[in-house]
Design a protein around this ligand. Structure first.
Ligand SMILES: Cc1cc2nc3c(=O)[nH]c(=O)nc-3n(C[C@H](O)[C@H](O)[C@H](O)COP(=O)(O)O)c2cc1C
Ligand code: SF4
Length: 469
């Protein structure tokens, strides 16, 4: 196993609640089975194997766990979508592609606590009836792949994987599959295509919902690394007790990855909905950098719509049902309130932007990523993501015209909702939100006089096309 340098004994902030990250950067901790067992590891698997698969699924349903990969879909409900009279094999896939910009939580789990993931996965396989599971690891985590391979071998030797696990007559095998380095491999159907050895072109849903028609057209459950780890703790403490953590409908803990313009960027595990944006940014992350103030935050990975720090929102904050006006810092960090505020909690990647940044630069940076990562299968996404990048290239170069901003917005709305997979929205939403909320700032960087600048023929063709639709 390759050597890894840990940031030793990073003390959790007193407002954190460490469940999944309990062992991350913990003094004396290492990823070996010996250390995991000495800490009570695999106890929850033994408990689950004494239950029926249906009972395990019921606990996950009762827990209210929602997927931590981006969409926040209830995990137990997803498991329940496997057709009842299914005769085909069932597969479980752990999505460890972690490709959403701003997100860096799954990597800590696979590097430092792989047995937590394996235990959560074996319990999940038992619940959904999967005898084969895959861990799809992004290409950029080569060391994680080695660590997980070694942990799988240890788990097999320890009787926690393979044939007749812990004498239960349940057999289960795991395989590590390394990605080839594309963001779209994180999208579950693109991931499945890639696992089948093909180009990762996402499949259209319906009909290709993985729980019904997934890997090799068999029922397949795709869950995020963090989601699968939660399953272990749900079995340990019961679904009912897990549901008491966090807030109703937004239960448990989740790991937030804070990057950008704060004093203390990093990971923070919090009770979902029990902390506000202001508490996260000011108390845990130490506030803005010296002589700076917060300007905007992208709360759930680069695909999430940006929030302006001066904004007010009229929303109900659970457990209250009445709506009231709150400011940006009062937003509770949960799935539903974030959606009501016009954005999404997404993958938990909180990207902070202060008043030193130009929004044209921020947007151009985001556009560059999406233009590079589009799989190219659908025309609006393939062409539109590149057009948007070209326009913001002109904007940051001081060569854009006011009509460019209108064109930018129009291209985004023509992608949104018109593509095979949610990448379309992922690249359109940042543009829609930044143009909507920072229009004056973007316009101030344009000039009518730039109309006279020469455009290359491709841009001219785009202009003619857009003015004709
Ligand atoms: C473009 C795109 C990229 C995605 N990347 C990831 C990723 O890197 N990791 C992940 O867990 N989910 C990612 N997702 C979400 C997955 O498609 C899927 O919903 C998720 O793995 C389900 O796990 P969960 O139910 O545990 O959240 C992505 C979705 C899209 C549209
Ligand atoms: S939306 Fe984009 S990434 Fe998704 S299938 Fe279409 S072209 Fe590919």
């Amino acid at each position: 196993m390759g050597k890894i340098t840990y940031q030793k004994s990073k003390q959790p902030h007193p407002r954190e609640m460490r469940l999944i990250f309990r062992n991350i950067d913990r003094e004396g901790w290492d990823p070996s089975l010996k250390t995991f067992l000495a800490d009570g590891g695999y106890k929850e698997l033994k408990k689950a194997l004494k239950m029926t698969p249906g009972e395990v699924t019921d606990e996950v349903k009762k827990s209210g766990l929602r997927g931590r990969g981006g969409a926040g879909f209830p995990t137990g409900v997803k498991w329940g979508f496997i057709p009842p009279n299914n005769q085909k094999p069932v597969y479980l896939i752990c999505n460890c592609d972690e490709s959403e910009p701003g997100t860096f939580k799954d990597r800590y789990i696979v590097h430092q606590d792989p047995h937590q993931l394996i235990e959560g996965m074996v319990i999940s396989c038992y619940a959904v009836g999967a005898k084969v599971a895959y861990i799809y690891i992004r290409e950029e985590f080569p060391q994680a792949a080695e660590i997980v391979e070694q942990a799988i071998e240890e788990a097999r030797k320890g009787g926690f994987l393979g044939k007749n696990i812990q004498g239960s007559k349940f057999d289960c095998e795991f395989y590590v599959h390394r990605g080839a380095g594309a963001y779209i491999c994180g999208e579950e159907t693109g991931l499945i295509e890639s696992l089948e050895g093909k180009r990762p072109y996402p499949r259209i849903k319906p009909p290709y919902f993985p729980a019904a028609m997934g890997l090799y057209m068999a029922p397949t459950i795709v869950n995020n690394v963090e989601t699968l780890c939660h399953v272990k703790h749900i079995i340990g403490m019961s679904g009912e007790d897990y549901a008491k953590i966090g807030t109703p409908r937004n239960t448990g803990t989740r790991i937030l990855c804070v990057s950008g313009d704060v004093q203390k960027p990093g990971y923070y595990e919090i009770e979902v909905g029990k902390m506000t944006m202001g508490e996260l940014l000011n108390d845990l992350c130490g506030g803005p950098k010296e002589d700076r103030s917060f300007k905007a935050v992208i709360p759930g990975g680069s695909s999430a719509k940006i929030l302006r720090c001066s904004d007010k929102f009229n929303v109900s904050c659970p457990p209250d049902t009445e709506k009231r006006e709150i400011n940006f810092e009062e937003i509770p960090l949960d799935f539903d309130t974030m959606a009501a505020c016009g954005s999404m909690a997404g993958s938990g990647g909180v990207i902070v932007i202060d008043d030193s940044r130009k929004m044209s630069w921020v947007l151009n940076n985001i556009n560059e990523f999406y233009a590079h990562e589009s799989c190219g299968q659908c025309t609006p996404c393939r062409e539109g993501s590149t057009w948007m990048k070209k326009i913001t290239d002109r904007l940051v170069a001081g060569k854009a015209t006011p009509s460019d901003i209108e064109t930018l917005e129009s291209v985004a709305y023509q992608i949104d909702g018109r593509t095979i997979c949610a990448f379309g929205e992922a690249c359109a939403w940042p543009v829609e939100a930044i143009v909507d909320k920072f229009r004056d700032e973007l316009m101030a960087e344009t000039s009518e006089e730039n109309e006279a600048l020469p455009h290359n023929s491709e841009e001219e063709a785009q202009r003619r096309y857009l003015s004709s639709v």
